[in-house]
Design a protein around this ligand. Structure first.
Ligand SMILES: Nc1ncnc2c1ncn2[C@@H]1O[C@H](COP(=O)(O)OP(=O)(O)OP(=O)(O)O)[C@@H](O)[C@H]1O
Ligand SMILES: O=C(O)[C@H](O)CO
Length: 523
């Protein structure tokens, strides 16, 4: 990915004025432009959650080569090991598993995003590719993260493999985010198209991933414990790379090896809330009306070991470490950023104003009311692990460059028919907030990027902005409000300064939600 993350020469700025700074600045990479550093930090976050190393930490063979060790559990190997997988990070996970398991692996099937093998080859990431005569069959599908015919074929092959297993067999299940779209197996009479449409409508109306996956589970043969049930009586070990806040097993990729605890009432409540109940296809109503009498009940998952092997916090920890090496006072604000992008952007905008004032020890552009409003907004967003007071304290004490990091997945309520993603829309909204009032003698940058490298149905991971965004846009005749009203953030950033604010990573082969960086560097 390093090669793909380029910095355009036009972005290079004059080095920051050293006399304002204490010791950390002496360590700062001299002359490195702020956007370049931000990209580097994003790249380090993504680099820390590459699937291979995470899988290798969770899985090993004992010295005799006869036992598979998963954390503190052991499983007998005797030509009985099978593998299935689905998700954006699963190709690399499968490659690492194949390397480790060698001839023990009898057969495997994985469902991975369209184009992922070509992207990995292009990026020279050979460690993410399977061997030439692999026992693992690969299906590529779910372009733009929507379930399609190719993903359906993959799901059927996975189901077939699982259903053919016996009590002597061991099934290794590799799961990562994006797994829901890559494992569609609608319960008849629901069709793939109906499921696709419902998922799209829910997402467009701002449904959370918990809500979305509650519905997906109710309509799927393999989600919500269905895959575990299909594999029974084989033993099942699931290795899961989390892309959901709090790492809830039943939500990640819609919990195919976790018993579903949701009832049909939960589904109806969600469908009501988003105004979709009245227009439900007859097939969906039929399946929902049967749902409670046929749950993939808790008793069906006793043969399963579910293990989380990595998450967003690993990515943030590495970016924090790198920021410190670059000379920043760095801290993780939250690993659970969620809520509507508009509120999240308002939060970051206010935080930037309050922090900038504390950093420059000025009161310009910042009032006690703003600080109170910031706390109010934080409370409204209900971020369980938010370190707001600690962050403000860090900023007040820093007297130098500060990098605040966060992870999570805000939601967008689509109104227009433009092209964009939640990261680009968030960056655009934060850029607007940063332009509301002068922030004093300080450079402020906000970056938002999806660690999978694909923000919504676009080919970029996200975007970065600074406090001069609004003036830059108007100098180029771009009306931000118009782009926002159309959810057209991608088009906006393509046009702004020749697209130089976009994060081009290509598919990264991993997926642990989004990374946000809010960076302050006094001039
Ligand atoms: N034009 C747009 N502007 C802003 N956001 C959009 C736009 N089009 C789609 N989105 C948002 O993109 C989201 C889907 O993004 P993406 O495909 O990156 O999914 P994801 O959540 O990262 O996937 P997964 O979690 O399954 O890996 C949806 O929630 C949708 O609201
Ligand atoms: O696939 C999914 O359901 C989402 O990425 C959450 O894991």
């Amino acid at each position: 990915m390093a090669a793909a993350l380029q910095v355009l020469p036009c972005l290079l700025r004059a080095p920051s004025r050293p006399f304002l700074w204490g010791p950390p600045v002496a360590r700062m990479t001299s002359g490195m432009a702020l956007p370049e550093q931000a990209r580097q930090l994003f790249e380090s976050a993504v680099g820390a959650v590459q699937p291979g190393p995470m899988l290798q930490r969770a899985l090993s063979l004992d010295p005799s080569g006869r036992q598979l060790k998963v954390r503190d559990r052991s499983f007998q190997l005797r030509e009985n090991l099978y593998l299935v997988g689905f998700g954006k990070a699963v190709l690399g996970m499968a490659a690492a598993a194949e390397e480790l398991l060698g001839q023990h692996l009898v057969q495997g099937v994985i469902s991975v995003p369209k184009g992922i093998r070509a992207a990995m080859e292009l990026a020279g990431k050979r460690e993410m590719l399977l061997k030439p005569h692999s026992h693992i069959q690969v299906f590529e599908g779910a372009e733009d993260n929507l379930p399609d015919r190719d993903a359906l074929r993959a799901a059927l092959a996975i189901q077939q493999l699982a259903e053919g297993l016996t009590a002597d067999d061991l099934l290794l299940v590799l799961i990562s985010g994006g797994g829901s779209a890559l494992l569609p197996a609608p319960i008849p009479p629901v069709t793939l198209e109906e499921k696709q449409m419902l998922t799209k409508l829910l997402a467009a109306r701002g449904a959370t991933i918990q809500e979305l996956n509650t519905i997906r589970k109710a309509l799927s043969q393999l989600k919500g414990g269905g895959l575990a049930q299909a594999a029974y009586p084989a033993q099942v070990v699931s290795l899961i790379l989390s892309d959901v806040i709090g790492d809830p097993l039943e939500v990640i990729a819609s919990g195919p090896t976790v018993a579903s605890t949701h009832s049909v009432q939960d589904c109806l409540h969600i469908l009501n809330h988003y105004g979709l109940r009245a227009a439900l296809p007859r097939s969906v109503k039929t399946v929902l009306s049967r749902a409670d009498s046929d749950p993939h009940g808790p008793h069906t998952c006793g043969h399963v070991l579910n293990v989380i092997i990595g998450s967003n916090s690993l990515a943030l920890a590495e970016a924090q470490r790198q920021a410190e090496i670059l000379g920043y006072h760095a801290m993780v604000l939250s690993t659970a950023m969620q809520g509507n992008v508009k509120s999240v952007a308002q939060f970051y905008g206010l935080l930037a104003r309050v922090a900038a004032a504390r950093l420059t020890s000025s009161t310009a552009g910042h009032s006690l009311e703003e600080e109170a409003k910031l706390h109010e907004l934080a409370a409204e967003l209900q971020l369980p692990d938010l370190q707001l007071d600690e962050a403000l304290e860090t900023v007040a004490k820093a007297k130098g460059p500060v990098c605040l990091l966060a992870g999570g997945e805000p939601t967008v309520q689509l109104q227009g028919s433009g092209k964009g993603g939640r990261n680009q829309e968030l960056a655009l909204l934060v850029g607007t907030e940063l332009g509301r009032q002068p922030l004093g003698p300080i450079d402020v940058l906000f970056l938002s990027g999806g660690t999978d490298g694909q923000d919504g149905p676009t080919k970029v991971a996200g975007a970065w902005v600074m406090s001069d965004l609004v003036s830059q846009a108007s100098a180029e005749g771009l009306d931000i409000a118009t782009f926002l009203s159309q959810n057209d953030s991608y088009t906006f950033f393509c046009r702004l300064q020749g697209g130089s604010h976009l994060l081009h990573t290509g598919l990264t082969g991993t997926n642990v939600m989004d990374v946000h960086l809010l960076i302050f560097r006094p001039q």
